[in-house]
Structures are given as structure tokens and as C-alpha cells.
Design a protein around this ligand. Structure first.
Ligand code: SF4
Ligand code: SF4
Length: 127
């Protein structure tokens, strides 16, 4: 059964892709390696870095005008994922429910501020 979601990622600047620690598993690294036709150890080094105790391996970031830094795989112009078919499991599952808290915050602020383009740059919402 498909659950109808109440958020629209196409209207969002990809806030969830700016989380500092976006965890990757061994399977995620293998999928990315296959996608780029690279050996898994090379993909691991190129696309991921050491995280913390909870998330030992995470996606690397790059600079971003909205959030400071963001996942290296985002297209910073279109705000879309450039490895959509090969993205990690966590990206497929998020937000794992019908609603996305950030999207609701975004809609509320855009309405309140009467600015359809408004994007939070505080970098601390929902973390
Ligand atoms: S923060 Fe929410 S609405 Fe925005 S891209 Fe992520 S899941 Fe979609
Ligand atoms: S892999 Fe794609 S969906 Fe996942 S955080 Fe990076 S840009 Fe976002």
C-alpha cells in the first residue's frame, strides 16, 4: 500500500540532505561504487568519511549557499539528488512517515513571511 505523503520534496531546498551525519552502510557503498563503476574501497574513500559512534560512516559534504554544507551528491542549482537511483537506504526511507517536519516549518514560514522563496539558513531546525 502506498502512503500518501503530505510534503513535496520538489518544493524544498533539500534540507534533509544537509544533515551533518547522513549514515551509509556497506551495502550503500557497494551500490554507489557500482553506479560510478568504481571499486568499493575507492567509492568509500571518495564519497564517505568517518562519522561518530552512532554513525561510523557518513556521506561527505560540499559547500552550500543555504545550509553552509550539504551532501556532495546534491545538485546545488536544482536541489535534486544526482545519484537518486543509487542513493543510500536512509535517503530512501526519510522522513519515514506521512509528514516532514521541515517541510511544514518551511510552508509556515513562507506563508508568515509572504515569501515563496524563503529558506531557513539557521541550520538548526530539527537537529
Ligand atoms: S526535508 Fe522533507 S520535504 Fe525537504 S527534501 Fe527532505 S524529505 Fe523532502
Ligand atoms: S545521496 Fe542524494 S538523497 Fe541522499 S543526502 Fe545525498 S543528495 Fe540527498
Amino acid at each position: 500500500m502506498t502512503i500518501k505523503t503530505q510534503y513535496d520534496c520538489l518544493k524544498c531546498p533539500a534540507y534533509c540532505c544537509s544533515y551533518e551525519h547522513i549514515p551509509v552502510t556497506g551495502g550503500d557503498i557497494k551500490r554507489l561504487a557500482k553506479h560510478f563503476d568504481l571499486p568499493a574501497d575507492e567509492a568509500k574513500k571518495k564519497f564517505t568519511k568517518k562519522g561518530d559512534e552512532e554513525n561510523p560512516r557518513v556521506l561527505r559534504h560540499k559547500a552550500d549557499e543555504h545550509f553552509g554544507t550539504i551532501c556532495r551528491f546534491i545538485d546545488t542549482e536544482t536541489r535534486g539528488c544526482t545519484v537518486y537511483e543509487a542513493r543510500p537506504e536512509i535517503c530512501r526511507d526519510f522522513p519515514n512517515r506521512k509528514r516532514c517536519g521541515y517541510y511544514e516549518f518551511l510552508l509556515h514560514e513562507r506563508e508568515t513571511q509572504e515569501d515563496e522563496e524563503w529558506v531557513s539558513t539557521t541550520g538548526n531546525y530539527g537537529r
